[in-house]
Design a protein around this ligand. Structure first.
Ligand code: ASP
Ligand code: MG
Length: 434
């Protein structure tokens, strides 16, 4: 049965990192092995900057500079890996950069999301071209596959929806039974009209799950620069610990509440076919991974803390002293959906309906413009939402350290509090269970 490996940007950020990948793949002799790869390092962010300057007439120089810098970084990695070797992918990668430039010219007046997908996909097309050439150079028989032809989607650019039937046909038809390493791109797909699409930022995890689902994989391994999943972001909590085992459902909850663990869409396709997901470190591959599977027994063992920063608290109040009843809530939530926003916490009372939202300025403006016509609004900015899954008694209070909470919510498994970011510490500490 096939295995699917996923390597994110950090694991292929430069030539050294790519060299590091070879033994991990060599050590896995079973075929088929599908290897899903992201763009190198921070390439996707840089492509987004490039896109912004391509759409702005006044920033032609910025476009050139960005473009040249990105090409130079990739050339440097190729040079370091291959030197003058005849199998260097230098020319193929140069062609891809030319295509990228052409796509910018062609789409610069198109809607942003379409322009985005036709250009940002090159991060992955280029990185995989380099990695495939490198594996072959090292004697690992590898085929490069274009995910735009395999991951079939609708034309909802930047968050394309999968056509599962067409995808399964394409993936099974082309990849099943391969004796070689199958190397392909995460994050990207394509429409029936052969236009590139993307699955949303950090979407490579989801891509790995799509390939695993369609090929009935035996397991998925996400290779990261940390040894697994943690119960809190180790950069923000000084006593975060690794989670050994959790269920698909719990991992989905954590991702939903904002833990930057795994793309939230990843778990569904794996859960349907009971395919376990391992999160391992490419730096210390011998370390025990975090395992996500159907077993729910361990979910409540370790409380998990999640911070969502840059939050906005929007209180919606009636102008007519009427109740904020279900028809009104329905109306407000409808406008929220139309603006493309998601509420991280909702609090309602007789004459107030309040929402905690990510600070996405354009979308917020759309929502506020719409609501202002009919309601009174109050807004607070610069907030931090703390979510604790499976809190122990007293834990939320200890974490709050007496700071004022603007809002609070609690159910059997989850506690949330919203604070002013200025009141929050740079480094948090998870209190001992009592
Ligand atoms: N390269 C894409 C991103 O940075 C997809 C991914 O890494 O998963 O969002
Ligand atoms: Mg990434």
């Amino acid at each position: 049965m096939p295995t699917v490996f996923k390597f994110g940007g950090a694991s292929i950020k430069d030539a050294d990192a790519i060299r590091h990948l070879t033994p991990l793949i060599e050590a896995h002799a079973d075929r088929p092995l599908v290897v899903v790869v992201s763009a190198m390092g921070k390439t996707t962010n840089k492509l987004e900057t490039l896109l912004a300057s391509a759409r702005d007439d006044g920033r032609k120089d910025a476009y050139r500079d960005c473009f040249d810098a990105l090409q130079a970084e990739h050339r440097e990695a190729i040079e370091s890996l291959f030197g003058d070797a005849s199998d260097s992918p230098r020319e193929r990668v140069d062609v891809l950069f030319e295509e990228l430039d052409t796509q910018h010219r062609k789409h610069r007046d198109a809607p942003y999301a379409k322009h985005y997908d036709q250009t940002v996909c090159y991060g992955e097309l280029i990185s995989t071209t380099i990695v495939a050439a490198w594996l072959n150079h090292c004697g690992i028989a590898t085929d490069w596959h274009d995910a735009r032809e395999l991951v079939r989607t609708d034309a909802c650019h930047q968050s394309a929806n999968l056509d599962w039937t067409a995808t399964a046909d394409a993936i099974r038809g082309r990849l099943a039974g391969s004796e070689r390493v199958i190397l392909t791109q995460g994050f990207i797909g394509g429409t029936e009209q052969s236009e590139a699409t993307t699955l949303g930022r950090e979407g490579s995890d989801f891509s790995a799950a799509i390939f695993a689902h369609c090929l009935d994989a035996h397991e998925v391994v996400i290779w990261k620069d940390v040894t697994g999943l943690f119960n809190a972001d180790p950069r923000r909590f000084d006593n975060a610990v690794q989670l050994e085992r959790l269920s698909y459902a719990e991992a989905t909850e954590l991702a939903w509440h904002g833990a930057k663990v795994i793309h939230p869409k990843t778990l569904g396709p794996l859960q349907e076919k009971s395919i376990p997901l391992m999160v391992r470190s490419f730096e210390t591959p011998e370390a025990a991974p975090s395992v996500i599977d159907a077993e729910r027994r361990f979910d409540a063992e370790v409380p998990c803390c999640i911070l969502r920063e840059k939050q906005v608290w929007l209180e919606v109040l009636p102008r007519d002293f009427a109740f904020m009843d279900e028809p009104r809530q329905h109306d407000i939530l409808g406008r929220l959906v139309e603006a493309g926003l998601h509420a991280n916490l909702i609090d309602s009372s007789a004459m107030r309906f309040a929402l905690c939202l990510d600070d996405k300025p354009e979308r917020l403006e759309t929502l506020i413009d719409s609501l202002e016509n009919d309601y009174e609004l109050r807004r607070e900015d610069r907030l931090t939402l703390l979510t604790v899954r499976h809190p122990r008694p007293g834990m939320m209070d200890a974490l709050s350290e007496g700071r004022e909470a603007l809002a609070e919510r609690r159910n059997a498994t989850t506690a949330q509090r919203l604070f002013h970011s200025d009141d929050c510490p740079e480094t948090w500490h998870i209190p001992e269970a009592r």
